[in-house]
Design a protein around this ligand. Structure first.
Ligand SMILES: Nc1ncnc2c1ncn2[C@@H]1O[C@H](COP(=O)(O)OP(=O)(O)O)[C@@H](O)[C@H]1O
Ligand SMILES: [Mg+2]
Length: 377
């Protein structure tokens, strides 16, 4: 099955919570809706489930419009954010609940419940009551209960937000492993971009009821259509600088009070209409390197200098937080190095080599990329 949303809209009063969103979820695709709190993720999911009426636009399953189809007839399983499991029922009965209400034979139930419990490693807890479980175990009961039955599609609303980091990683893997077995269209909602990036086949970044961009995690990371998407995706966040473009013979230079970078032809070509004007430059921390470790030739045309304020060790190396002088105070810049930067550099000025092939450029007024064609993206 596929799920298609066309101009899907939901209003509460005169405010559109979901404002004409378009996306398609393929046969066995794991599709993630991600965005800040209040951007319309839950409302979108509830419209797919049939729990919220659709004010405008169309929702199709395969090619059939299901706007008016009752939730039960859509045959969709959903894991809710505030996973309410029944406190008076055992783990076994909680998981069996959806199967009983669908009147499955008890022989089927006896077989499926332990299977689902095993998927989430709670098979030893089947006789317990929820109050005898940890938060992580209760979460896995909720997942098993929603996912025990074969549905046409699966929806998840921030199912891991109440778990601590380690359990969250484990649960992500469990959900993806289950998806590999089911191969059904899945829509997974989260506000956590790193969760989205690590789980999605494709993802949609939402903002104020609209979809800002849809694509694979890699496409959104490498070719964000707007400063919003660029800033939302990646940790630490992309460095954004106000700059101007200056043409000099064949070359285009990106000029800011603290640096001057010569853009490569791949970047310069798209910029004809912007020369002389203000531009927002985006440089990911991963694209700033210590000159001697840069995977490209380093010169004055691709180096900026910043004073190190803080060095934070990471698993891969270190994140360096530094500042450069700006017109209205210091400009912050973060750089992710593949190696440890020794503490003695704190307070020192260090050169940062910029991978110019990866510089992002946005119209300073519209905040849209001048490199990525939004229609093509
Ligand atoms: N039942 C409702 N009545 C009125 N406003 C609502 C209702 N549900 C959601 N909203 C509003 O719609 C917007 C989107 O909410 P929601 O879909 O829950 O966002 P998200 O899940 O992305 O945090 C928010 O501004 C929220 O306050
Ligand atoms: Mg929500």
């Amino acid at each position: 099955m596929t799920i298609t949303a066309s101009r899907l809209t939901k209003r509460f009063g005169d405010k559109a919570a979901v404002d004409g969103v378009d996306f398609e979820v393929g046969e066995s695709e794991f599709f993630v809706l991600v965005g800040p709190s209040g951007c319309g993720k839950t409302t979108t999911l509830r419209m797919i489930a049939g729990l919220e009426s659709i004010d405008d636009g169309e929702l199709r399953m395969n090619s059939v419009v299901v706007n008016e189809t009752r939730p039960r007839d859509r045959d969709i399983a959903m894991v809710f954010q505030d996973y309410a499991i029944f406190p008076h029922l055992s783990v076994h009965e909680n998981i069996a609940y959806g199967l009983r209400s669908r009147r499955l034979a008890s022989s089927v139930i006896r077989q499926r419940v332990p299977d689902a419990a095993a998927t989430f490693r709670i098979e030893h807890l089947l006789r317990r009551k929820p109050r005898q479980l940890s938060g992580g175990e209760r979460q896995r009961v909720a997942l098993a209960r929603a996912l025990v039955r074969d549905a046409q599609a699966y929806l998840y609303d921030e199912p891991l937000s109440n778990l601590d980091a380690q359990l969250r990683h484990q649960a992500r893997e469990d959900i993806l492993a289950l998806h590999q077995r089911q191969r059904k269209p899945t829509v997974y909602v989260t506000h956590d971009q790193s969760e989205a990036m690590s789980m999605a086949d494709r993802m949609a970044v939402m903002r104020s009821g609209r979809i800002e961009q849809v694509g694979t995690p890699r496409e959104l990371y490498e070719n964000p259509v707007s400063t919003f998407v660029a800033y939302f995706i990646g940790t630490p966040s992309i460095n954004l600088f106000q700059a101007t473009l200056r043409a000099e013979v064949e070359d285009v230079w990106l000029e800011a009070p603290a640096f001057s970078l010569r853009l490569p032809p791949s970047r310069a070509r798209a910029l004809a209409g912007h020369v002389g004007g203000p531009i927002t430059a985006g440089i990911r921390p991963e694209d700033l390197h210590p000159p001697r470790q840069a995977p490209f030739e380093v010169g004055e045309h691709n180096t900026m200098t910043a004073r190190v304020d803080l060095v934070e060790p990471t698993t891969a190396g270190s994140t360096v937080y530094a500042t450069m002088p700006g017109p209205a105070g210091d400009l912050d810049v973060a750089a992710s190095f593949g190696a440890r930067l020794p503490d003695r550099f704190v307070g020192q000025e260090v050169p940062l080599a910029v991978d110019l092939e990866k510089v992002h450029l946005f119209d300073a007024v519209t905040e849209r990329s001048v490199l990525v064609d939004a229609r093509a993206a």
